[in-house]
Design a protein around this ligand. Structure first.
Ligand SMILES: [Zn+2]
Ligand SMILES: [Zn+2]
Length: 269
């Protein structure tokens, strides 16, 4: 089954305004059987989005209209493609209650969801890990001292995401495990042993819980990354544990739906 399991929509304030139909038609034209719409879920109302334009996620006031659109398109295209209504949900340490409440509210309408870590508390201040190299350097790298300390903090937080109690609608797929490596060509890791064991703990826990991993090709198009999330050495370990991968283009515009699916076939099928 050809499936794009990670895609965005015009409800994403940092994405394009391409209509949702255009994404779905692109998926159909690429021969996809299955398509998950996974917009960034609205952030907890008590959480302050740390990026300059506060545009990391969809707005609360759009939630109902988003769910209606997904439902409508699912019906409209049912002969051509199986559409899953979904979300990419943020794991925010300390906001588990709000996140669980959200998941319980929307859970009955949701077919598929991803849990991602985009935000890290660094010395008491929330930061976004994949916003820009400048922010990465100033807000994360400088306070933590080295790239490997950044990775360590990130993977410790990611492990908490995997093990978090988020209720019965907790997402079953973990998003872009190595998105912290988005700027790796500028800020390379030099001491992998500082954080590598945490990768193994994460993978073991994913396997034990029967979760899936997002095989996310967005990093291939990022000039300072040029790699899939998760990176090759982690793919090897995940495959040993037989963790299921789901291809995700992480498209924020219609034309990238299905991009690098050939790489997924090579790596995972
Ligand atoms: Zn996004
Ligand atoms: Zn993401």
């Amino acid at each position: 089954m050809k499936w794009d399991g990670h895609t965005h929509t015009p409800y994403c304030p940092h994405g394009s305004i391409d209509p949702l139909k255009k994404y779905i038609e692109q998926a159909i034209s690429q021969g996809f059987d299955c398509y998950s719409i996974t917009e960034h879920a609205p952030l907890p109302k008590t959480f302050h989005d740390p990026v300059p334009l506060q545009d990391s996620a969809m707005k609360w006031e759009d939630l109902e209209s988003y769910l209606n659109d997904c439902q409508k398109l699912k019906k409209e295209y049912e002969k051509d493609i199986l559409i899953y209504t979904g979300f990419e949900v943020d794991f925010l340490e300390g906001y588990e209650k709000e996140t669980t409440d959200f998941l319980n509210e929307v859970g009955p309408y949701v077919d598929d969801a991803i849990l991602s870590v985009h935000f890290l508390p660094v010395k008491g201040t929330w930061t976004c890990v994949d916003y820009s190299p400048e922010h990465f350097e100033q807000d994360i790298l400088a306070p933590l001292g080295s790239v490997d300390q950044v990775y360590l903090h990130y993977y410790q937080t990611y492990y908490k995401a995997v093990t978090a109690e988020l209720g019965k609608y907790k997402p079953r797929r973990m998003g872009h495990l190595t998105v912290i490596e988005k700027f790796k060509k500028k800020y390379p890791s030099i001491q992998k042993d500082i954080w590598w064991s945490h990768i193994l703990f994460i993978l073991q826990e994913i396997e034990r819980r029967g979760y899936q991993l997002d095989y996310n090709t967005a990093g291939l198009s990022k000039p300072l990354c040029q790699e899939v999330y998760p990176s090759a050495d982690i793919l090897v370990e995940a495959k040993k544990l037989r963790i299921p991968f789901v291809y995700g283009s992480d498209s924020h515009q219609a034309k990238t739906v299905g991009l690098h699916y050939d790489q997924f076939i090579k790596d995972c099928l």
